[in-house]
Ligand binder design. Structure first.
Ligand code: ADP
Ligand code: MG
Length: 140
């Protein structure tokens, strides 16, 4: 089934000039950008995005990090895109991520792990709607 999922290239990766390398990996995997923007979140906007984690001990640090510099948000489309993107990203902690994954290649720390990806159809719907309006989708 063709799905859409939300990807974020996080501030650590944007700051290390890895945007092009990461988008190339999405395209090579058949995860095709339907929408894309470079932006910087306020801390409140990061908190809204990550509201499901608000009770977690790392929430404040995570939201400070995610608002510390520019990010690139992408809507990616492809067959079984949500799970295939999670597989491409690898484990949350780059030290535990498998060889060949984005977090293994580009992450440096469990928080500074280069990329975000929606983890379910429900989170994809919330996250895509957080960043993109229906009017922004190209016809493809
Ligand atoms: P994932 O991004 O793999 O779905 P989670 O949803 O559990 O992982 O966590 C969201 C983000 O919070 C992670 O990508 C990472 O940046 C950060 N994070 C997760 N666990 C920790 C932790 N134990 N310490 C610091 N930051 C964390
Ligand atoms: Mg998650």
């Amino acid at each position: 089934m063709t799905e859409r999922t939300l990807a974020i290239i996080k501030p650590d990766a944007v700051g290390r000039h890895l945007v092009g390398a990461i988008i190339q990996r999405y395209e090579e995997a058949g995860l095709i950008p339907l929408g894309m923007k470079l932006m910087r979140l306020t801390k409140a906007q990061a908190e809204g995005f990550y509201y499901v984690h608000k009770q977690r001990p790392f929430f404040d640090s995570l939201c400070s990090f995610m608002s510390s510099g520019p990010i690139v948000v992408l809507a990616l489309a492809g067959e079984n895109a949500i799970q295939r993107h999670r597989d491409l990203m690898g484990a949350t902690d780059p030290a535990k991520a498998a060889e060949g994954t984005l977090r293994k290649a580009f992450g440096t720390h469990i928080e500074h792990n280069a990329v975000h990806g929606s983890d379910s159809p429900e989170s994809a719907q919330y996250e895509l709607g957080y960043f993109f309006s229906a009017l922004e989708w190209p016809q493809r």
